[in-house]
Design a protein around this ligand. Sequence first.
Ligand code: PLP
Length: 431
Amino acid sequence: MKNSELDLAHFLRSREKLATVVDHFSDYLNRSQESEMSPYLREVVSEPGPRVLVKRTPNSEPQEMIMMGSNDYLGFSNNEEIKKFICQMVMEKGVGVGGPPLLNGMTSLHRELERALADNKSQEDALLYSSGYQANMGWVTCLVRSGDVVVYDELNHASLFDGMKSFKKGTATFRSFKHNSVESLEEVLQKVEMKDRSTLFVVVEGVYSMDGDICPLDRIIDVAKQHGAFVVLDDAHGTGVLGTTGAGTAEFFSRESDIDLYMGTFSKALSMTGGFLAGPRKIIDYLRFFSRSYMFSAHLPIPTVAGVLKGLEIIKNQPSLRERLHENVRYFVAKMNEAGYRVSSLTPIVPVLIPNHISIREFNRRLASRGLFVNGIEYPAVKQQRIRVSLMAKHSRADLDHAVLLFKQIGEEMGVLSQPVSKVYETVAEV
Ligand SMILES: Cc1ncc(COP(=O)(O)O)c(C=O)c1O
């Protein structure tokens, strides 16, 4: 098979011996990088921001690119106030903590952050994990017990799936419902059989990472509560972006008090790494002692804790940043539609669907060679391939206009826009 015809799933499916698969993959990766067809592992060599210098392949010279592939929606990765506060805290408190929270790794700064997060999510308490991935693994493997039922949106994040996969068959029951469909949720809940003393969980995301669409949280909560469910919200992409104070999707729907467990990450708008769970104090205390990815992992380092604390303060006190971000979303979406694409989003994640008969790697290569850094998302990560554009508050009108111009030029060159738009999107819908 030619390199250009292989997708990553090919290597996952391979039944060859490990050494053969690894050799084959290494060869595939080298050739993809040489031909500039691999959009992975590009190195940013400048400071972060809306325009960055990037080495697109290990041997290429750095090239200036407009960054539209980052979750740094509010520009916090290079925010002066955050950088100053981190330096100050490092000078006062050092860098690392040298252990897990239950033993020696808890500091007053970590507790301050936990309280700030609980306050931000209108919950009683919170606890910190080394990543959002670990937070999802952490609650699923701790709170879900034999006989329990978990009903989740089919597009939930891999970290939830990995948590669910770790259960032995027949212990707990896991059922998905159709993406963002309240009717499908209702149907699944009606069929679920609950045993005495078992718990029913309903798990959704506030903003879905591949489509940028918002969950109909108010209606989901109503249905879930009618069935007595414990509602878990993964708001990785909603925090800092949605709601009157930027507290996220539950605030956007004014339903904070109906969330039983709030999960979030510091790796998107807060621009650091780490994750958290916020909820009733008793649940948080239980998690501290029984959630393995919390207990058996060192606590976050001081620079991260300080950076997130300052970031939360800025989100609350500087709404203009969020307003600027939403203005950029509205402008970009309108201009892309004028250019002939059919695009919609109310969040900084804007998916541009590309019909499956067009090479998305070549489309992305052309965008990159002309200075636009975006992420091409291929099967099996999504059923319908797409370029995922991620917008920032710091993008200027010139950045947005230039990106649209490149989409238009390449869309015409590659036949995405050469036929009436409705025709192109019929092909997309058929897939
Ligand atoms: C919806 C969702 N949940 C969880 C995670 C995991 O977060 P982290 O990057 O902190 O591990 C992500 C990150 O991509 C995400 O998009």
